[in-house]
Structures are given as structure tokens and as C-alpha cells.
Design a protein around this ligand. Structure first.
Ligand SMILES: Cc1cc2nc3c(=O)[nH]c(=O)nc-3n(C[C@H](O)[C@H](O)[C@H](O)COP(=O)(O)OP(=O)(O)OC[C@H]3O[C@@H](n4cnc5c(N)ncnc54)[C@H](O)[C@@H]3O)c2cc1C
Ligand code: FES
Length: 261
């Protein structure tokens, strides 16, 4: 087996999206849906000292590999996209909390863009539903893999270039109308405004779930407080407190998600 951290593959999925696989046997044996790895890109160079967090999209415990799916948005992800198999990255993980849909509920992944990577391991449980939102078809990723895994895939794009035109939150009431007898559990990851809109909607209509709230991170293990997000805290004077999204999250229960300013 390769040295842990060795890149096994790094392929372009479409446009700015890539999938990278690494040798990481320990992480592969423990990872759960919603957890993330903290990657020091190219361990042999000094330019990328700060790690970058990525959701664990998939694992192969037998081969000892972990796959992430990432979008090139800046210097770190651009450098990652240029690495070739055999490169070594230092990978910490699995980190953070995970999605825990109850066994008697159908999991519904509600995702925006690369958020579809964070929920993919839910496909290992009960056959569920993927509601994927994107600006346009260019940001629609992983739908073929979800379909292959038996998930019912529904897409909404802002410009109507794939699926229905509109926001992914609009797909939720439609699903409930179509399958009124079913117990659902919503597992979401995506841009902050989408998550806040979804949290308000789910509370309004009395559905339960969990949301993965991504925040820029530094240490990734709860020591630096760079990643704090507000969570509800009925016991405090203001009704909220700061939680470290790397250690207490990134997956938070719906009732804890703070949707105020
Ligand atoms: C728990 C967690 C899981 C993540 N999972 C994935 C994933 O599966 N796939 C993926 O492509 N990305 C994921 N991200 C975001 C990813 O970490 C950032 O895109 C990456 O760190 C950017 O590095 P960079 O050096 O290329 O960009 P930088 O040069 O650091 O920044 C470029 C741009 O990206 C924005 N950005 C940086 N970090 C974040 C962030 N955390 N959230 C939103 N915007 C950010 C910056 O504000 C800036 O506009 C995740 C983030 C977190 C916290
Ligand atoms: S990134 Fe340091 S505490 Fe979360």
C-alpha cells in the first residue's frame, strides 16, 4: 500500500470541479457522511502551510482510499487541481460531526453545488432523495452517482438550464405533496443563504433534519476559534452562543441552527 496521503487520482469531473482520491486507510475505515478532511496541499512545499477543509465524499475501506470532490475557487484548490498521482498531501481526519438520519426515515439530501459531496455517503443507507440546487447546469455535479446508488434525483437551477427553474427549497413542498405518508429526514449542505432559507422552511412545515454549516477554518480541531458560528442557546441571555463549526459541527441539528442576523 502507498504511504498515507499519497494522491491516487485527480480527475476533472466538469468545468471547475475535480475529484481527488488519496491513500488514507485509517480515515477510510472511520469516516461517516458529513465529516471532513483537513488537507495540507502538497506536503513537500512550504507555500501551502494552511490546510483546506473538504467533505469526505466517498471511501473504499478495503483499498484504504478517500475521495474528495472540490471546486477550484482560489490558490489552494488551483494548486490541488495541478497535482498528479504520486504527490503527497498531509491529510487529517475524519473530523467533525456527521449526519445521523433515523433508520425509519427516508434521507433527503438537500444540496447546493459542492454540498453534494458532503451527503454522498448517505447513499450507503436507505434509498433516499437528492434535491440539488445550482446557479446553472455547470454546477450540477454527482447526480449520476446518486442515481446509480438508487436515489431519486431532482434538480433546480436559477436559470433553468437543468431541472426546474427556481430555488432548491421549492422542491421540498413538492416532494412532501407527492409522498405525503412518508417520514423524511433532511440532510443539507450548501451556501449559507440556502441553508438559512431551508432551516426556516423546515421549521415552518414541521420537518426534522440536520445542516452542515461550512465556515472558513484554520486549525480544524477546535483550538483557534477561527470557525465560530452562532447556534441557538435558550439558556443564554441573548438566546444564542458561538460554536466552533470544526469541532461541534459542521453538522448541526436543525433546532440548534441560528437563523437570526
Ligand atoms: C467543513 C467544510 C467542508 C468543505 N467541503 C468542500 C468540498 O467538499 N468541496 C469544495 O470544493 N469545497 C469545500 N469546502 C470549501 C473549501 O474548503 C474552500 O473552497 C477552500 O478552502 C478554498 O481554498 P482556496 O485556497 O482555493 O481559496 P481561497 O484563496 O482561500 O479563497 C477563494 C474564495 O473561496 C472562498 N472560500 C474559502 N473558504 C471557504 C469556505 N469554507 N466556504 C465558502 N467559501 C470559502 C473565499 O472567501 C474566497 O472567495 C469546504 C469547507 C468546509 C469548512
Ligand atoms: S478552525 Fe480552529 S477552532 Fe475551528
Amino acid at each position: 500500500m502507498d504511504t498515507p496521503g499519497t494522491m491516487i487520482g485527480n480527475v476533472n469531473l466538469k468545468g471547475d470541479y475535480y475529484a481527488a482520491a488519496f491513500c488514507a486507510p485509517e480515515i477510510a475505515s472511520k469516516a461517516r457522511a458529513g465529516q471532513f478532511v483537513h488537507v495540507r496541499i502538497d506536503d513537500t512545499r512550504n507555500d501551502w502551510i494552511l490546510r483546506r477543509p473538504f467533505s469526505i465524499c466517498d471511501t473504499d475501506p478495503e483499498k484504504g482510499t478517500v475521495t474528495i470532490v472540490y471546486k477550484v475557487v482560489g490558490k489552494g484548490t488551483a494548486a490541488l487541481s495541478g497535482l498528479r498521482p504520486g504527490s503527497i498531501c498531509d491529510i487529517m481526519g475524519p473530523l467533525g460531526s456527521c449526519f445521523t438520519p433515523p433508520p425509519d426515515a427516508t434521507p433527503v439530501a438537500v444540496c447546493g453545488g459542492y454540498g453534494a459531496a458532503a451527503t454522498f455517503m448517505l447513499t450507503r443507507g436507505k434509498k433516499g432523495v437528492l434535491l440539488l440546487g445550482a446557479r446553472s447546469e455547470a454546477d450540477v455535479i454527482l447526480t449520476d452517482k446518486y442515481e446509480k446508488a438508487g436515489f431519486d434525483v431532482r434538480i433546480a437551477t436559477n436559470d433553468g438550464s437543468a431541472g426546474t427553474r427556481g430555488f432548491v427549497t421549492e422542491l421540498v413542498p413538492r416532494l412532501l405533496e407527492e409522498r405525503p405518508q412518508e417520514k423524511f429526514f433532511f440532510c443539507a449542505c450548501g451556501p449559507h443563504p440556502m441553508l438559512m432559507a431551508l432551516a426556516r422552511l423546515l421549521r415552518e412545515i414541521g420537518q426534522s433534519g440536520q445542516l452542515s454549516i461550512d465556515h472558513r477554518m484554520c486549525c480544524g480541531v477546535g483550538s483557534c476559534f477561527a470557525c465560530v458560528v452562532k447556534v441557538n442557546d435558550p439558556g443564554s441571555a441573548d438566546g444564542w452562543r458561538y460554536a466552533r463549526s470544526c469541532a461541534e459541527g459542521p453538522v448541526f441539528n436543525l433546532e440548534d441552527v441560528y437563523t437570526g442576523d
